[in-house]
Design a protein around this ligand. Sequence first.
Ligand SMILES: Cc1ncc(COP(=O)(O)O)c(C=O)c1O
Length: 442
Amino acid sequence: MNEIRPSRPNNLDAFWMPFSDNKYFKGTPRLLARAQGMSYYTPDGKEILDGTAGLWCCNAGHGRREITEAIQKQAEVMDFAPTFQLGHPIAFEAAARVAEMTPEGLDRVFFVNSGSEAADTALKMALAYHRARGEAQRVRLVGRERGYHGVGFGGMSVGGIGPNRKQFGAQLPYVDHLPHTHLPARNAFSKGEPEHGAELADALENLVALHGDTIAAVMVEPVAGSTGVLVPPKGYLKRLRDICTKHGILLIFDEVITGFGRLGTNFGAERLGVTPDIMTMAKGLTNAAVPMGAVAASGAVYDTIVNGIPNGIEFFHGYTYSGHPLAAAAAIATLELHRAEDLPGRARAMEPGWQKAVHALRGLPGVIDLRDIGLIAGIELEPRAGKPGARAMEVFRWCFDHGLLVRVTGDIVALSPPLIVEDSHVDRIFGTLSDAIRAVPA
Ligand SMILES: Cc1ncc(COP(=O)(O)O)c(C=O)c1O
């Protein structure tokens, strides 16, 4: 008989932490035990102001009673029910709520459990769409250098972040990448969308010239977040849209971080004035209280796949937890909060002050670029000679130890606070970060 050993709460060995320096962490743990509103609290009760909405996901702030109660209530009513050949009302309601928020025409919603699953689902939808319309030769997927679409094989391969790929060798075949849009020589210290670089979208024409009609889809983040905040140059996404339309290629926006108010609109597509054919989302969908992601597809994509066969299963894809009742309850409550509190409007109202605070960092030691859009900021530091990433990592630790959570990628500090952020929080975020940048050696 298996023996269940008593738990050992102070032992850090068993949890193999994701995207972490396990050895460092387990020697110097920084733990978060509680969260409320704009802040986390450590196990000994110290407040850590949340400059990153967790991982770009708790847009409505932490510990929202409305969401907690919705999850609790649903757990009592029905813990789980399958959505394969069956349904439960709350999943349909959640999908309808999402469809009310997405850009016009993107009103068919497929539920998944994470941003990574959303990315792979969107890519599979694109392939299935072309096959259903008799263009089965369209098997190529195009991403962008420095893009992040999660860690599934599809998202990893179409993504363009070297370290996330090279450990694993084999990638999806038939994948190409557009150049990234980071042009520091021309666009450094841009406020909002940078002036230069729309022409980078033309690289897609080169890929079409090379591959002909074998490209199924292009997937990009409207604003690339995980790579360290790359805001699209003015006109770039529109040009990408036009080239996709001209050549029958589907455009997929990965809105996992740009969705749900982050750019002052429901989705980045709205703010940036470009509508894709398929859109992925996760994170802010449930305020991260229960894992959930989704893919919104156009009526044309849905109809083509679903009407592609007379009867039977049309799309051989799905997850046990697609539309999980607890996640659906959390999503409905979250989207209701977004509406009732006009969180996108709040983000819009805060943006000018936020932008001013970001660009006030100009001139601090080692700050080589500042970027912002909506309630997002990227602060790029001059790397230490021969030690890329070390300086920003020290800034991250200094901030944490002085009561502020920031996020770093390479030598870029990324900020994305909950959308309930107020002026006093903005002052604290940038005050502590400035002190950290001054305190940490070059
Ligand atoms: C744009 C984008 N896509 C996909 C993902 C992956 O999401 P998840 O970690 O929920 O799989 C992320 C996560 O940060 C993201 O930023």
